[in-house]
Design a protein around this ligand. Structure first.
Ligand code: PNS
Length: 166
């Protein structure tokens, strides 16, 4: 069965990559759906997030990376996806994921499988990584080297473009 790992991936972390690799082992074929939710204030553009994921999953033959626009269930129907795979870190993830799983199943009967995050990555988030990086912290242990480099250059560019007292 074809699976999807949907998310914002702003940026992709080792936690995401662990879930994607396990989804590939379970289902064989995985689409990574990179969300373009315009309400969000992303650090990276959709194209950059897709590029970072394509690089990070280059060694996973069953994985493809595509932009995800509109409703997830419509995307699943268009691409023959039968199962949504999500990673769970803590109880608050579960509460939100359960709500989405019920909604998605009510809309089209697509299933959701929730995998417990690897213990090593169980408390990291893209949000925290963006915050630490924005203040000059080193996030290289949480993301692939190519992503760490992009974070460094993106934050440096932003700093150059920011007025001194802004
Ligand atoms: O990494 P995120 O920000 O938690 O990912 C959110 C994402 C992209 C998985 C979610 O917003 C999503 O599924 N968006 C598609 C729009 C949709 O179908 N929304 C209703 C879900 S019940």
């Amino acid at each position: 069965m074809r699976a999807i790992c949907p998310g914002s991936f702003d940026p992709v972390t080792h936690g995401h990559l662990d879930i994607i690799a396990r989804a590939e082992r379970l289902f064989g074929e995985v689409i990574v759906g990179v969300g373009k939710n315009s309400a969000k204030n992303y650090l990276f553009s959709a194209d950059e997030r897709i590029d970072m994921l394509a690089e990070a999953t280059a060694g996973m033959p069953g994985v493809r990376v595509l932009a995800l626009e509109g409703l997830l269930v419509d995307f699943c129907a268009r691409h023959g996806v039968g199962v949504i795979v999500k990673g769970l870190r803590f109880a608050s993830d579960f509460d939100f994921e359960l709500q989405m799983a019920h909604m998605n199943r009510a809309l089209t009967s697509v299933e959701t499988v929730m995998l417990p995050s690897a213990a090593q990555w169980a408390t990291i988030s893209s949000t925290m990584i963006r915050e630490v990086a924005a203040y000059g912290g080193d996030v290289s242990q949480f993301v692939p080297p190519s992503v760490a480099e992009r974070i460094r250059s993106t934050i440096a560019q932003r700093a150059e473009g920011t007025p001194e007292h802004a």
